[in-house]
Design a binder for this molecule. Structure first.
Ligand code: PMP
Length: 310
C-alpha cells in the first residue's frame, strides 16, 4: 500500500524526533494498538484562509494542554516537550513545502509492555476549509439522526481523553447513520441527555441564546467549543448557556450546528428527519462562522495570541 497517498500527498511526517518519509514511519504490526491518544490541530493560511500564505496553528497551547491531559488519564508518559513537538511540526511542514491549510495529528502510541515507552508521530495533510459561511460547501444539506448507540461514559471509557479507543463508539454511530441513509449522528449520553456528535461538539440556538451540553454530558473538552463560549457573548452579543439539553429540545431548536477543529462549524439541516428551524444555515451559525474565519485568518487583533506561526 502507498502510505503517502493515504496521507493526501504528504511525503514526510515527523517520527520519534526526526522528519522521515511517511512510507518509512512504521510501527510493528505486532504492537497492540488499543491504547493510544492523539490530537487534531489545524494550521490556516493567514490573510486568506482558503488560499496560500504563511501558516499559523490555531490554539496550539490548548491542544497541547489536552494532549498532556489525555496522556495523564491513560497513564502514558510524554517523551518530548511541547517546544520539541512544535519544532518537529515546523520542520515537517517546511519539508513538505505546505503553504495552504494543513491538518496536524500528533499520535502517541504506547508499546506493548511499557506505557512509558511510546512512539510519537506527527502526520500532516492538507484540507479544504468549510469556512467562511459564503463557501458553498458550508450550506450543503446535512441530515442527522440521534444514534441508538449512547456516548461512552466517563466511568467506563472517559470521553475527556482523546483516545483512539473512543472513536470505535463514534464509528458504530457513523455506520448506523449511513446504513439508515443519514449523513451522520448525534449521541445521547448514558442519562439520555444530548451529548455530542461523533467527532465534534454540539451547539443549538433557541430564542437567540446559544446552548451547549456541559462537560459532564460525556463530551470531549473541545478547544473550539471553549473558544466559542469565550467570544460569542462578548464579541457577537449572543448569550450562551452551558446546560443539559433534551432530545426533544434538539428538535425545537432554531439552529443546530457542530463545532470542532475538524468540522469547524458544520450546520445541521434536520435531525431524525425533523427540519431544524426556518432558515438554513441560521443567522447565528453564519455570524459565528464568519467571525471564527476572521480569527483563523489572523484578522482579529484581540485573538492574535491564539495563532502560532509555523
Ligand atoms: N468531540 C469529539 C468526539 C471530537 O473528536 C472532537 C474533535 N477533536 C471534538 C469533540 C471537538 O474538539 P476540538 O474542538 O478540540 O477539535
Amino acid at each position: 500500500m502507498n502510505l503517502s497517498a493515504a496521507f493526501h500527498g504528504a511525503k514526510y511526517c515527523w517520527m520519534d524526533g526526526e522528519v522521515v518519509e511517511t512510507e518509512r514511519a512504521l510501527v510493528s504490526a505486532m504492537e497492540p494498538i488499543y491504547l493510544g491518544i492523539f490530537e487534531g490541530i489545524k494550521a490556516y493560511a493567514q490573510g486568506d484562509i482558503g488560499g496560500e500564505g504563511k501558516l499559523s496553528v490555531f490554539s496550539w497551547g490548548q491542544h497541547m494542554d489536552r494532549l498532556w491531559r489525555s496522556a495523564a488519564i491513560d497513564g502514558l508518559k510524554m517523551p518530548y516537550s511541547r517546544d520539541e513537538l512544535l519544532e518537529g511540526l515546523r520542520a515537517v511542514v517546511r519539508t513538505n513545502g505546505f503553504k495552504s491549510n494543513t491538518y496536524i495529528q500528533p499520535r502517541i502510541w504506547p508499546m506493548a509492555n511499557d506505557p512509558e515507552e511510546v512512539h510519537v508521530v506527527i502526520p500532516v495533510w492538507r484540507f479544504n476549509t468549510l469556512l467562511p459561511a459564503k463557501n458553498p460547501d458550508f450550506s450543503k444539506p446535512r441530515r442527522f439522526m440521534v444514534s441508538s448507540w449512547r456516548r461512552i461514559s466517563s466511568d467506563a471509557l472517559p470521553p475527556q481523553a482523546k483516545s483512539w479507543a473512543n472513536y470505535a463508539n463514534s464509528q458504530l454511530a457513523i455506520r448506523e447513520a449511513k446504513r439508515c441513509g443519514y449523513d451522520s449522528a448525534i449521541f445521547l449520553d448514558s442519562r439520555g441527555f444530548v451529548s455530542e456528535g461523533t467527532g465534534a461538539c454540539l451547539m443549538g440556538v433557541r430564542d437567540g441564546r446559544l446552548i451547549t451540553p456541559p462537560v459532564t454530558a460525556s463530551i470531549l473538552e473541545s478547544v473550539t467549543r471553549n473558544f466559542f463560549l469565550e467570544f460569542v457573548h462578548s464579541e457577537l452579543m449572543i448569550p450562551a448557556d452551558v446546560r443539559d439539553i433534551t432530545r426533544a429540545e434538539l428538535y425545537a431548536c432554531d439552529e443546530v450546528f457542530l463545532c470542532g477543529t475538524g468540522g469547524e462549524v458544520t450546520p445541521i439541516t434536520s435531525i431524525d428527519d425533523i427540519v431544524v428551524g426556518k432558515e438554513y444555515p441560521g443567522p447565528a451559525t453564519r455570524r459565528i462562522s464568519d467571525y471564527y474565519s476572521e480569527i483563523l485568518a489572523g484578522k482579529v487583533e484581540k485573538y492574535s495570541s491564539r495563532l502560532t506561526p509555523i
